[in-house]
Design a binder for this molecule. Structure first.
Ligand SMILES: C[S@@+](CC[C@H](N)C(=O)[O-])C[C@H]1O[C@@H](n2cnc3c(N)ncnc32)[C@H](O)[C@@H]1O
Length: 560
């Protein structure tokens, strides 16, 4: 080998992230002490250019988006007056840190998205640094890679002093933990994860609901997921096509197996950079079994790909006679799991005694193990068990009608149908509605349940024969929450009970705040007889163990 070539090889090896190389050789089953006090960990660098002192163009931040949530938590940590003054002086975007600057920090708190928030050293002025995979009280070294308004994002380089009360790296079950964007909390006990998620609900209602403290009930403990690993029924690993230069040259003759530049997996935390990931311990077994040979096939065929691809792997029960929605629905004694990879194919899941079919590419909750507890909880919220104390006022008669807004393939409408005389669901996706209607037939419920495709706000025109005082409404919108038209229609209808389920507690808090305060305003200006909504209970459900995400369920009751 020539001296020049040897020098080039040494340079390339020195630039490769050591941590990444080491992790690829470890078996997934053995927990890894990835970060211990004193450990150093180089990282792939951001492709973004340095932004020191540069003013960013202001783009409006969507309420309840992750950017909005973090920015409010930064304001809470720095103090509103401090941020107001920086804005008045016009230096709220002027970071005291340069790109790739290293800094020692002490972590103050955990944000709602699971990252640590640390105040910049006093010599740097009022500024916050956001660092993943760290815990309150920990002393860390971090490297800045992106700037935002009053805060910077940084990579964790090393953990100098660990929070040994909370952190135990022996709990970590994934060799990619600490780099992959998927999970933030594997080093924590499950109890701590549930407590953190409860705090997210608390903060969301403080920051987004605009309700007085007296209007927010005590947030109940988070309901755990029966499965904490191997629960995720859908994964979408992705990969890029061969780089242009490689495409021109074609495969090297000495190349065997997967070319070194090919990464098939998930994004690296904080970056739009794909990491090569062989296995995901939060995904169900059948998904991991299918993913390994799928990766080998992609590696063999990679030179045929001209564009990046997002794969789909969905855990499904085997459908006797095939996976078309019109196939025979006779079931065997035992549920056989298969992995579906075609977006148009039919997936089947069981929830309690019911079966749900849906198109693989459309929405269905991703943790089947918790759907029984979740749907039972919604049922019990609508029909609260009688207490032994005699009620001070006559309780309203139990609901007989159910409206499922944003119903998807009919999860709430159908699991709750047995308790109602009539049920109606609405959903924007025509494909989901086709399956919801099929699911009503599949489960023998078509005589009382009907579904329509359309915007959720239209459902109230369609249920003119539902008595509002005997109707329960389940609302389960996408992350952006409900729009004002929906909230106004909901208030015009005034169902006796509203159960609002959401995967974004921040937009939920905003919407619930509007429902409660607008109903009170209407009642105050002469809407007597209509009643106002009170927020009766709030609690998180853990649909996403090991991650910072939380599902939240709010129960609203109409009172006179
Ligand atoms: C979080 S999913 C809930 C689905 C269903 N409740 C479930 O648990 O399976 C939200 C659903 O709302 C639908 N959606 C989005 N915007 C909508 C709108 N404006 N009106 C009605 N449905 C909408 C989406 O297609 C998606 O199926």
């Amino acid at each position: 080998m020539s001296v020049v070539l040897q020098w080039c090889m040494r340079r390339i090896l020195a630039l490769l992230p050591r941590h990444h190389i080491l992790m690829e050789t470890r078996p997934i089953s053995s927990p890894q002490p990835l970060l211990q006090p004193g450990d150093k960990r180089p990282r792939l660098e951001s492709p973004l250019p340095p932004k020191r002192g540069k003013k960013k163009k202001k783009t409006p931040v969507e309420s309840g988006s992750s950017e909005d949530v973090i920015s409010r938590e930064v304001v809470a940590l720095l103090g509103k007056e401090v941020v107001d003054k920086a804005e008045a002086d016009g230096n709220e975007w002027e970071s005291p840190f340069g790109f790739r600057e290293e800094v020692e920090l002490t972590v103050s708190s955990i944000s709602s998205s699971g990252e640590g928030l640390a105040l910049a050293p006093s010599s740097k002025g009022a500024w916050v640094v956001v660092v993943p995979f760290v815990l309150p009280g920990e002393v860390i070294r971090a490297r800045i890679y992106r700037q935002a308004k009053m805060y910077s994002f940084a990579d964790l380089i090393s953990l100098e002093v660990s929070n040994s009360e909370l952190r135990d790296m022996n709990r970590v079950k994934c060799k990619y933990f600490g780099t992959c964007a998927g999970c933030q909390y594997q080093m924590l006990s499950y109890e701590t994860q549930l407590n953190l998620k409860r705090n997210v609900v608390v903060k969301a209602y403080q920051n987004y609901s605009n309700l007085p403290e007296s209007g927010i009930p005590a947030i109940q403990p988070t309901i755990p997921s029966p499965l904490q690993y191997g629960y995720r029924t859908k994964i979408t690993p992705h990969f890029e096509p061969p780089p242009k230069k490689v495409q021109k040259q074609g495969p090297s003759t000495s190349e065997e197996g997967k070319p070194p530049w090919l990464k098939i997996g998930f994004n690296q935390t904080g970056r739009r950079v794909v990491m090569d990931i062989e296995e995901c311990p939060i995904a169900t077994p059948v998904l991991n079994e299918t993913y390994a040979p799928m990766r080998d096939n992609i590696a063999k065929e990679i030179y045929k790909y001209k564009k990046g691809v997002s794969l789909l792997l969905r855990d499904s029960l085997e459908i006797p006679g095939g996976n078309s929605p019109t196939a025979t629905t006779q079931l065997g004694d035992k549920d056989n799991h298969v992995c579906i990879t075609d977006h148009k194919a039919t997936v089947r899941e069981r929830v309690g005694d019911l079966l749900f079919d849906y198109q693989a590419g459309s929405f269905f909750q991703n943790n089947n193990s918790v759907l029984g507890p979740l749907t039972s909880y919604v049922r019990d919220a609508i029909f609260p068990p009688a207490t032994s104390d005699p009620p001070s006022t006559t309780p309203p008669p139990p609901p007989t009608h159910l409206v499922d807004a944003y119903c998807g393939a009919g999860l709430f409408a159908l699991t709750l149908a047995a308790h109602f005389t009539k049920v109606a669901g609405i959903e924007l996706s025509a494909d989901s509605i086709r399956f919801a209607t099929h699911n009503a037939e599949l489960n023998g419920l078509a005589h009382k349940v009907s579904f329509r495709a359309g915007d959720a706000a239209q459902i109230f025109d369609a249920v003119g024969d539902f008595p509002p005082e005997r109707t329960a409404l389940v609302v389960d919108p996408p992350r952006k929450g409900c729009d004002e038209a929906f909230v106004r229609q909901l208030l015009a209808f005034r169902a006796q009970t509203v159960v609002y389920v959401s995967c974004n507690v921040h937009t939920q808090a905003r919407d619930v705040g509007q429902i409660v305060s607008w109903s009170a305003e209407e009642t105050a200006v002469g809407g007597e007889g209509k009643g106002k909504y009170v927020l009766e209970s709030l609690r998180g459900f853990d649909l996403f163990p090991q991650t910072a995400h939380v599902e939240s369920v709010a129960v609203l009751r109409l009172v006179s």
